[in-house]
Design a protein around this ligand. Structure first.
Ligand code: FNR
Length: 387
């Protein structure tokens, strides 16, 4: 049995990832902003919900199919966008997307990805979403919209919780540079982890593949690429820009980073078809509420039609059941699949998705649910620990 197959849950895969990656790289995945309160709370908030089961409901056949971003999904889970994926494993985004496709799930590619969106689209026929930003240069955003349409992406997720970069102190302590540089200290750390594949470190393959043409045009090197992209974040972005993007794209669009019913309402009124309730996995505003706690109020405000996706802290299939019962359309995961990727490439992501799917189905059966459409608020009870 391969080592990865002895991982029984996300926590096991996390430990495996930690043993395979140089510490600065692991911390980049694992860490959050400031005191990491939101990072921890995203996960523990799920534990404050009890599942209230029905019995004797004939669960011999369980229906889990759903629609997210207007596209079919085998069960209500999708893969969130994560940047710099090649740093964690040489097969990068394609490995993750292939595993997602095998499981009938939607994959989202980050603007900060290390695979060109056209290459991903060519390799991956399953429904896919592109994570976009409104850049200072609106022309660059418009260019992404056109490229996504041309390449056959099905939806866009507009990330709105990054007017500035979060304060990730683990990265400062570890001295992580992007892309990772060979220094005496980093060489020592990397040498201790020979199984980590290093295309990330050397050669021209490590770049922000979707924006590098901009910098190529300036005949600059990889560091300038990061400078270029850093300089493109625009603090003046507002709802008018959402309206503009919704018109420009004219297709499924979710606003990623919405935390309140009011902003969810505004998102839909501005032309989005859904929201991703998210605090960026605790990497931006520390102290922001846990996404699971915001679902019910958001759903009550936006009504039945829009996608309401809970993004952050999902570590068990049972977490997805809780989010659905509260009113979410689906959940989205970041770190869990990155742990799988770092642990064993595509096989690791595959294994993670199998585990979570098994947990999800088992939980549904134990809760007496034979169709996810039957899940409702009476199946969950909020009971903060200790109460
Ligand atoms: C992210 N996330 C993220 N989000 C985004 O909109 N664009 C991006 O480029 C990235 N990059 C990124 C890198 C890494 C290493 C992580 C861990 C996360 C946030 C991501 O999409 C998602 O919101 C969170 O990961 C969800 O929380 P969990 O599932 O990691 O708890």
């Amino acid at each position: 049995m391969k080592r990865v197959e002895r991982a029984h849950n996300v926590a096991d895969l996390r430990l495996l990832a930690r043993s395979r990656l140089p510490r600065p790289i692991f911390d980049y995945i694992d860490g959050g902003a400031d005191d990491e309160v939101s990072l921890r709370r995203n996960v523990t908030a799920f534990k404050d919900y009890e599942l209230v089961p029905d019995v004797l409901n004939d669960v011999s056949d369980v229906r889990t199919e759903t629609t997210i971003f207007g596209q079919p999904s085998r069960w209500p889970l999708m893969l969130s966008p994560t940047g710099l994926t090649r740093m964690f494993h040489g097969h990068a985004e394609l490995a993750v997307a292939r595993a997602a496709a095998r499981h009938g799930l939607l994959y989202s590619l980050s603007t900060m990805g290390t695979t060109r969106l056209e290459d991903l689209a060519q390799a991956f026929a399953r429904p896919k979403v592109f994570q976009i930003y409104i850049f200072k240069d609106r022309g660059l955003t418009a260019e992404f919209v056109a490229r996504c349409r041309e390449a056959g992406f099905h939806g866009l997720a507009l990330t709105v919780d990054t007017p500035v970069a979060g304060n990730r102190e683990r990265d400062r302590v570890s001295g992580l540079s992007l892309p990772p540089k060979l220094t005496l200290r980093s060489m020592f750390s990397f040498a201790l982890h020979p199984s980590w594949s290093i295309p990330a470190l050397t050669g021209s393959k490590f770049d922000l593949a979707n924006v590098s043409h901009k910098v190529d045009a300036l005949a600059a090197g990889p560091m300038s690429l990061f400078d270029y992209i850093g300089g493109q974040f625009d603090r003046s972005v507002s709802w008018r820009d959402v309206e503009w993007l919704a018109r420009e794209w004219n297709g499924p669009l979710a606003i990623k980073g919405v935390m309140t019913p009011e902003d969810a309402h505004r998102s839909i009124a501005s032309g989005a078809t859904g929201v991703m309730i998210s605090n960026h996995g605790g990497r931006q505003l520390d102290g922001a509420p846990a996404p699971i706690d915001q679902i019910a109020a958001v759903r009550d405000t936006v009504g039945d039609a829009p996608d309401v996706i809970c993004d952050g802290g999902i570590r068990r299939g049972s977490d997805v059941v809780k989010a659905l019962a509260l009113g979410a359309t689906a959940c989205s995961i970041g770190r869990p699949y990155l742990y799988g990727l770092a642990a064993a490439g595509e096989t690791g992501v595959d294994h993670l998705l199998t585990l979570m799917r098994q947990e999800f189905e088992r939980t549904l059966m134990l809760a007496g649910i034979n169709d996810i459409a039957a899940l409702s608020r009476r199946h969950v009870r909020h009971r903060p620990r200790g109460s």
